[in-house]
Structures are given as structure tokens and as C-alpha cells.
Design a protein around this ligand. Structure first.
Ligand code: VG1
Ligand code: CO
Length: 545
């Protein structure tokens, strides 16, 4: 006989979701009641979950399966009518968003710490997505956090673990558990947006090759289904394609530092024409050409400027949104197209209202995130397919497309310098120091340039009027250059200070400068104004993207 058990517990003070859900060390999630408390907080704080259908799954990282078994049993004990679970517990973030929207589900629980490392000593994460398929907006995460501070018990169904590897349905009390293949659902959505026949012709022509790096995270199986099975790319096109609990010891972050195997292939003699990688949960992307890196900010701008070439987007571009630290390359495209451009705080949750209201079609972040109105998350494979479809239409190289774009719109030199794992107090001191200088900064000269404006970014959502303050310090110069300082909201150790640097160059004769050289004055100015080296004791960033 199966029974519902009520377990008494005590609140944990630190279950406040960050930029993208609750992220902690695996060890923390393994602390008795820690996972259960947070999950019960979701079930109590989100209205209307009783009797509803939700989807669940994760990026396959260490603790994914164990956590899913617990969450499914808790769902059954909390009156959920049906849960759809990705086969093998695997569900990419974009696939979750796709399924929520396609089947009109109440929401979804996604287990991922995205690009953070996995394994027993790595990170784990959990986030709740709402009925539009997107991340919970702040009023929902606030309600979940508030609930977590008042926990005294949680409910769980006592039952054997379920088999999550075989598609089909089973009952857990009054709840139906449906194991399904999310790859089929996702591929179908991509087929509705892109010209698969054209892309297949390009690949089968023998004159074009691509490599996709799954980074041993969730995207491998989706990428194989699309590139190798559906588009006819040779076996081996997808590298590191099996989701592994520890991501093969790697760091599933698709950038020039962590996707080094892919970068080496792209920079080798006779390397592929298109290279791409995705992160732990499949929502990020990196786009590379032969010996050429496309910054995510440029990628957003190029995508918007070429949208008319793509079947799913011809004639329906309503607007573009980018997070504040993302370069302003997309703004120039929006201006020339005569459409609106929105500047939001960091994190995909801020795009949801704009997308729901039909105000924007494309969204992007400098942190390797690009997406569109097709779902409510950023979407790694979608971006790769967009580029592939563009290449098939334009018969140009990745580098050629970007250089043409710069010629037309100018180039926004852009870089992000991360100081990871900094002592939290030192990080606060750095931010506080800059904050204090803000009022006097206007008109001041910094690194040879005059400051036009300096403030701490706050955002009023144009759709529901919600206000979000403290979203990053920005210094804007008279020539349009910018320096932005932010503390990361996704780390699990100490603090991470992010410095974003941007400089606009209209002259095509000056589009060939090394990015760090082009930004050298701004980098020096950022160091001077923040005193980051003196305060943190670090003489250089740990990651430059
Ligand atoms: C980082 C990025 C942000 C992104 C977030 C989630 O947040 O900067 O742009 O939305 O990660 O991405 P932060 O607070 O550490 O800067 V993912 O791929 O983790 O869902
Ligand atoms: Co991610």
C-alpha cells in the first residue's frame, strides 16, 4: 500500500533564487530536507498547481535522477494531476519551454545549474517555469523564497522509484507519470521555423562542414537528432554528445576558454565552416567560423538583420530586446528596421512579458544567450540552426556575414572580464566604491574620455509596471562607449564580479583591431574607477569572453 507521508522540517535561510533559479553545491542539495523544502515551497507558493499538469527533467548532471525521484513523489503527494518527465530524466531548458507551451501546461521544474560544473563536488540547481514556458518572474521567485522561510513540513508519497527510461504512463496514487521523448517535440518545433531542405542540401553538397560540441551536457542527443539524423551531417559531427553526470570533468560553458577542443578544430588548417557549442542545459550557444569568433551581442544583431531570410521570421519582426550589459549592436539594427529596442536587466525572466505582449521577436544576452518568440527561454540549438539556415541562404562564410554586417552598421567592440570566486566582502567593497563615485562622475574625464552619464540601472517593466532596482552600475561616455559592473547571481562560491566593456567603431578601416587592444583604454579606466586589483588582490580577470 502506498501512503502520503508528512515530514517535519525547519526552514533554510538561503533558498533565494538568483538570476536563474536556486543554485547551490550538490552537497548542499544533499543535506537532509534541503531539496524537499525548496520543492514544497514551490508547490505551496505557486497558485493553481493542484490538479494541473507540469513537465520535469534536467540537464543530466550528478544528482539529477535522485532529485527527480523525490520531486515526482512530492508532486504526487501535493495533488498534481499529471507530470510529464523527459526520458532518462533528460530535458533541456528550451525543450521544457517548448513542451509547456505546446501542451498548455501549468509549468515545469527544470533541474540544472546550466554552465556551472557538475559532479559530487560541483553545482546543482532547480528552477520553476510558469505557464508561458518562461522562468518565474520576480514576484513568483519572491513568493517561493518567502514560503521557504516558513517551512515546517513537506509531503511526499512513499513508493518505489519509478523507471524513467521507458516512455509510457504509470500511476502514483492519483497522479499520472508520463515518461516522454522531448527530442521529438523539440525537433518538430525547429522544423516549423527553419528551411530543413535547404540546410540539408548545403550539408550534403560536400562543400560545407560543421561541428557541434555538446560539452557532454544535455544538448548532445538533440543535436545528433537534428544534424546527423535529420540533416545528413556525417556521424561525428556532434562531439562530446553524451550527457554525463560530471560533464566529462569539463565546464559546460560554451566560450573560448572552456570549449577549447572545438576552438582548436575551428582554428586548424582546413577546419569546418561552422562551429558551435551549447551549455549544460542547452540554452546557451557559441558560434564560430573558420578562425573566427562571433560575439553573442553581434550574433543577436546579425540574426535580427537577416531574419527576413528565415521562413519562420519573414515579415513578423516586432522588436528586439537585449539585457543592459549586452552590446548595443542590436540597437542599430532595430533603428534601421524602424522597430522598438528594449533594454532589460540580466536574466531571461525579464524578456517574458515583452514576448507575451508581442512587443519583441528576438532577445539576446552577451552571455551566449539568444532566442526568439518561439519559446520563452534562450535556445542554443535554435541559434545554431538560425546561423546554418542563414549560411545556406547567403552562400557566404560566417566571417563574411559578420564583416558585411559591420560594414553596414559599424562594429561594437565588446568584451566581458570576470573575476570569479572573489571574497564576498571584497566584491561588495568594489561595488560600493564605484557607487559612491557615481554622483560626481558626470562630466569627469576617465581614461581620456568624458563621462556622459553614470548610474545604477533600474528597470520598469513596460508591460506590468514591475520595478527592479540595483541591476548593475553603468558608466556611459560621450562617444557611446560603456563600462558596466555587476555581481553575478548564479555562482555558488564567493562572489563573481563582471566588468562589461564596449566601444563603437564606425570606420571599416578600423574593424580589424584585436578586441582587447581596442578596449585597452576602457579596461584601464575600469580598473582605476573600481580599484578592483587593489581591493581583491587579483591582478587579472579569471575569464575573458
Ligand atoms: C549569468 C549571465 C546571464 C544569464 C544567466 C543564466 O548570470 O550573466 O546573462 O541570464 O547566467 O544563464 P549572472 O547573474 O551570473 O551574471 V544560464 O545559461 O545559467 O540559464
Ligand atoms: Co544555461
Amino acid at each position: 500500500m502506498s501512503i502520503i507521508k508528512t515530514v517535519s522540517t525547519q526552514p533554510f535561510p538561503d533558498q533565494k533564487p538568483g538570476t536563474s533559479g536556486l543554485r547551490k553545491k550538490v552537497k548542499m542539495f544533499q543535506t537532509p530536507h534541503y531539496l524537499e523544502n525548496f520543492v514544497q515551497s514551490i508547490f505551496l507558493a505557486v497558485d493553481g498547481l493542484k490538479g494541473s499538469t507540469i513537465v520535469m527533467g534536467g540537464d543530466g548532471r550528478y544528482f539529477n535522477r535522485e532529485a527527480l525521484q523525490v520531486i515526482i513523489k512530492m508532486a504526487a503527494a501535493n495533488g498534481i494531476a499529471r507530470v510529464m518527465v523527459g526520458k532518462g530524466g533528460i530535458l533541456s531548458t528550451p525543450a521544457a519551454s517548448c513542451v509547456i507551451r505546446k501542451y498548455g501546461l501549468k509549468g515545469g521544474i527544470i533541474l540544472s545549474a546550466s554552465h556551472n560544473p557538475g559532479g559530487p563536488d560541483g553545482d546543482f540547481g532547480i528552477k520553476y517555469n510558469i505557464e508561458n514556458g518562461g522562468p518565474s518572474p520576480e514576484h513568483v521567485t519572491d513568493a517561493i523564497f518567502k514560503q521557504s522561510l516558513n517551512m515546517d513540513s513537506y509531503r511526499i508519497f512513499e513508493a518505489e522509484d519509478l523507471n524513467l527510461d521507458k516512455p509510457g504512463e504509470t500511476q502514483l496514487g492519483t497522479m499520472t507519470v508520463q515518461v516522454f521523448d522531448s527530442i521529438i517535440e523539440y525537433v518538430e518545433l525547429m522544423e516549423s521555423l527553419f528551411d530543413f531542405r535547404k540546410m540539408e542540401n548545403l550539408i550534403r553538397s560536400g562543400e560545407f562542414s560543421l561541428i557541434f560540441d555538446g560539452m557532454n551536457a544535455v544538448t548532445g542527443p538533440y543535436a545528433r537528432a537534428i544534424f546527423e539524423d535529420r540533416l545528413g551531417a556525417p556521424e561525428g559531427t556532434v562531439i562530446n554528445g553524451d550527457p554525463l553526470p560530471d560533464f566529462g570533468g569539463g565546464h559546460p560553458d560554451p566560450n573560448l576558454k572552456y570549449a577549447d577542443q572545438l576552438v582548436a578544430m575551428m582554428n586548424s588548417q582546413g577546419g569546418p565552416d561552422l562551429g558551435a557549442a551549447s551549455d549544460g542545459d542547452g540554452d546557451r550557444n557559441m558560434i564560430l567560423g573558420k578562425n573566427f569568433f562571433v560575439t553573442p551581442s553581434d550574433s543577436l544583431a546579425v540574426i535580427a538583420a537577416n531574419a527576413h531570410l528565415i521562413p519562420g521570421y519573414s515579415g513578423i519582426i516586432s522588436g528586439i530586446a537585449r539585457s543592459m550589459p549586452t552590446s548595443m549592436a542590436a540597437d542599430r539594427v532595430a533603428e534601421s528596421m524602424g522597430i522598438d529596442c528594449y533594454e532589460t536587466p540580466t536574466g531571461w525572466k525579464f524578456f517574458g512579458n515583452l514576448l507575451d505582449a508581442g512587443r519583441v521577436t528576438f532577445c539576446g544576452e552577451e552571455s551566449f544567450g539568444t532566442g526568439s518568440s518561439h519559446i520563452r527561454e534562450k535556445d542554443g540549438l535554435w541559434a545554431v540552426l538560425f546561423w546554418l539556415n542563414m549560411l545556406a541562404e547567403k552562400k557566404d562564410s560566417v566571417e563574411g556575414i559578420v564583416r558585411e554586417h559591420w560594414k553596414q552598421f559599424g562594429r561594437n567592440y565588446y568584451s566581458r572580464h570576470d573575476y570569479e570566486g572573489v571574497d564576498s566582502e571584497a566584491a561588495q567593497l568594489v561595488m560600493e566604491g564605484i557607487r559612491k563615485r557615481l554622483p560626481a562622475m558626470g562630466g569627469e574625464s576617465l581614461g581620456g574620455q568624458t563621462v556622459a552619464m553614470a548610474d545604477e540601472f533600474s528597470y520598469t517593466d513596460p508591460v506590468d509596471g514591475a520595478v527592479s532596482t540595483g541591476q548593475g552600475i553603468r558608466i556611459i561616455f560621450q562617444n557611446g562607449s560603456r563600462i558596466v559592473f555587476r555581481l553575478s547571481g548564479t555562482g555558488t562560491e564567493g562572489a563573481t564580479i563582471r566588468i562589461y566593456l564596449e566601444k563603437y567603431e564606425s570606420d571599416p578601416a578600423r574593424h580589424d583591431i584585436d578586441t582587447q587592444d581596442a578596449l585597452a583604454e576602457l579596461i584601464a579606466a575600469a580598473g582605476e574607477v573600481s580599484q578592483i586589483h587593489e581591493i581583491t588582490g587579483r591582478d587579472a580577470p579569471s575569464v575573458i569572453t
